[in-house]
Design a protein around this ligand. Structure first.
Ligand code: ZN
Length: 405
């Protein structure tokens, strides 16, 4: 029987070496990336190995790995035949030890390392160790696991983000990450707060999300998608001198947060599902009011307006916010330059109110004359306190006549 036929039978020694190589590679990402695929072939001068007449394999194999020179290695089985040893510089070594002594497979290009990473994922997906990956790769994984948008959910059955903190919807992708261990949970949470947008669609979510100071201070992206009425419950509404909705105590939190993005999503017009105050309301009027009352709380943050809003209204408000962002930034620089204390939005608000009281329209910042900003105030913008605001648009405001941007 020639050697190749023997190989087609079960070469148990080669099989065991293969299994040990795979186990070694699967142990860590660094093992995986350093030890490439190894092909084993019996050496030309190999002698067949038998145990009690059972053919087991050979005593010498060609170890064909990434290196240019194929190595011929002598092998032997342990007495119990459960382990294979490889002879290396005159000494018998366990396969793992032998592999750890080899020169690493060198591939330095970024594309090649991504290939290795991908192979690692594919081959070892069920048993890979997240913590063996480089931190920046772990961050990418966390980010992809959560997706761009987080739906917080105050429910004791869901996974908490921190003590007395926010919880996720059961269906939130990536929430399992928080259960793995302390380190992964901490890392994943950091990425979650930094990269994901916290979407608030229900009024009841605002308090639990914003009352926890530690949690609130870590959120960077806020995505408000409230109904018309709930926006006014948050920001308040005063028409023709009558206070129709009081400002929520929670809204002040927006001035303490360091946000890299605030999205105001405007709900569509509704005739039956919103509330008595806003069913059948003119969408143009409501949006105008809404942006008016939101202004005081979001000014200085980077703001986008989405949903059922006219392009003109959206771009006007966003431009105003952009201008205010720049104004706040230059004020901050000025404060740092003169060694002023905390230069956050609350300090800015205070400074604004003093500046307004002094009646100084043009305030010099860095020697530049700052233009007086147009007032964006709802007070007095309507002569009637009637809700819902009637629609006198040429095309009446309905869900069919509006589309989202
Ligand atoms: Zn209308």
């Amino acid at each position: 029987m020639n050697k190749m036929n023997r190989i087609r039978r079960l070469d148990q020694i080669a099989l065991r070496i293969d299994l040990e190589i795979e186990a070694y590679r699967a142990k860590s990402f660094s093992n995986f990336s350093l030890v490439g695929t190894v092909l084993l072939q019996p050496a030309e001068d190999a002698i067949e190995v038998f145990a009690s007449d059972e053919w087991l394999g050979f005593d010498k194999y060609i170890f064909d790995d990434w290196s240019p020179r194929k190595k011929a290695v002598e092998v032997r089985l342990s007495r119990s035949m459960s382990k294979v040893y490889i002879k290396h510089i005159g000494k018998w070594k366990a396969v793992a030890e032998f592999l750890s002594l080899l020169d690493p497979a060198t591939s330095t290009s970024a594309a090649a390392s991504w290939d290795v990473l991908w192979a690692w994922w594919r081959i070892n997906g069920k048993s890979f160790r997240l913590l063996d990956l480089p931190p920046e790769v772990r961050d990418l994984i966390y980010e992809h696991s959560y997706g761009p948008c987080i739906h917080p959910y105050p429910d004791s059955k869901t996974r908490r983000l921190g003590p007395r903190g926010l919880t996720f919807k059961a269906a939130q992708s990536g929430r399992e990450l928080l259960k793995i261990n302390a380190q992964i949970s901490r890392e994943a949470r950091d990425v979650l707060f930094l990269r994901s947008s916290f979407r608030l669609e229900r009024y009841g979510l605002i308090a639990p999300l914003l009352r926890n100071l530690a949690q609130r201070s870590r959120i960077r992206r806020l995505d408000l998608a409230l109904s018309h009425r709930n926006y006014f419950r948050l920001f308040g509404l005063k028409l023709a001198g009558t206070r129709l909705y009081y400002i929520s105590g929670r809204v002040q939190a927006l001035r303490y947060m360091q946000l890299t993005s605030v999205a105001l999503h405007i709900a569509p017009p509704s005739f039956a599902t919103e509330s008595d105050d806003f069913d059948g309301a003119c969408q143009v009027t409501v949006t105008k009011w809404l942006l008016d009352v939101a202004w005081r709380w979001v000014r200085g943050h980077p703001v986008v307006v989405t949903g059922y809003v006219k392009d003109g209204e959206k771009s006007e408000f966003e431009a105003l916010c952009k201008q205010e962002e720049r104004r706040f930034a230059s004020w901050k620089l000025q404060m740092h330059a003169i060694g002023g204390g905390t230069a956050d939005l609350t300090a800015y608000d205070e400074w604004l109110s003093v500046a307004d009281a002094d009646g100084e329209g043009g305030i010099r910042l860095d020697g530049e004359l700052v233009e007086e900003l147009p007032k964006y105030e709802v007070e007095g913008s309507s002569t009637s306190s009637h809700l819902p605001p009637p629609c006198h648009c040429d095309v009446p405001c309905t869900i069919q006549t509006w589309s989202a941007v």
